[in-house]
Write a protein that binds this ligand. Structure first.
Ligand SMILES: C[S@@+](CC[C@H](N)C(=O)[O-])C[C@H]1O[C@@H](n2cnc3c(N)ncnc32)[C@H](O)[C@@H]1O
Length: 241
């Protein structure tokens, strides 16, 4: 792991934040077709206090969320989410130049949406943790069998924290996301905390290709954080007969 370097042009947090987005934001970050996902198994990795899993299940998608902090009580997660909401929104205000209007008209609007996501998450977690909808675990080793999910999503962990998570972690994490998916694994955004493309993308693509995993960059409609208009899509190449 690298030590963090603070920069006025970079979104800097002292640790990975427990901060989450809503169902509609996920849909636009990952260009999701909810109708096509109905009845499918979807995994949200590094899901945090996001409301995606609650919203997806309400729409007939069999969504599961995994995060290292799951297993704590709903009250403890609510306190964590509230503390990190303050911390992240303060940094958003300090680095307002990294954000543009689009998905949200303002930082206030984004902050309110993320606070609502955390509220929805805590309510759903309280009801459905016991049913296995929320699972404790983290990259680079997820507690699931190979290829059990139709689609795997991972937002705001890889690339964004590249000052703290080194190349080896990113490579192992991408391999793991592809392992548990029988379709695509989508990672958002494909940019770092400075809004620029991950500098080691070429090396990552080459190493994944050598492991039989194809990686493509795809545009998404989401527009808020600088450089956030693309996601990475991983898929395992089927062995040729
Ligand atoms: C910024 S939040 C992103 C939440 C959600 N994916 C979103 O985009 O709204 C990052 C999450 O990554 C989780 N996390 C930290 N280390 C992790 C790891 N090694 N594997 C998986 N998740 C991790 C944190 O607990 C936190 O909930």
């Amino acid at each position: 792991m690298h030590s963090a370097v603070s920069s006025p042009l970079s979104f800097d947090l002292s640790s990975v934040a427990f901060f989450g987005r809503g169902f509609d934001e996920y849909r636009s970050m990952f260009s999701l077709d909810t109708d096509a996902l109905r009845g499918r198994r979807v995994l949200d990795v590094a899901a945090g206090p996001s409301a995606f899993t609650a919203g997806a299940n309400a729409r007939g998608v069999h969504a599961t969320a995994v995060d290292p902090l799951y297993g704590l009580s709903a009250d403890a997660l609510a306190a964590h989410a509230s503390m990190d909401h303050r911390r992240v929104v303060a940094e958003m205000r300090r680095k307002a130049g990294l954000f543009r209007s689009g998905t949200f008209a303002s930082i206030d609007e984004a902050a309110a949406s993320r606070a609502e996501s955390a509220r929805v998450f805590v309510e759903d977690y309280e009801r459905h943790f016991v049913h296995g909808r929320y699972v404790g675990g983290g990259l680079p080793r997820l507690p699931f069998e190979d290829g059990v999910f139709d689609t795997v999503l991972c937002a705001h962990l890889l690339f964004i924290y590249a000052q703290r998570l080194d190349f080896g972690f990113h490579l192992a994490a991408c391999r793991e996301l592809a392992r548990v998916s029988r379709g695509e694994a989508r990672i958002y955004p494909a940019a770092g905390a400075d809004g620029l493309p991950y500098p080691e993308l070429g090396r990552l693509r080459a190493e994944l290709a050598a492991a039989g995993i194809a990686m493509e960059t795809r545009a998404t409609e989401h527009r808020f954080f600088a450089g956030s208009g693309t996601m990475l899509v991983l898929s395992r190449r089927r062995p040729s007969r």
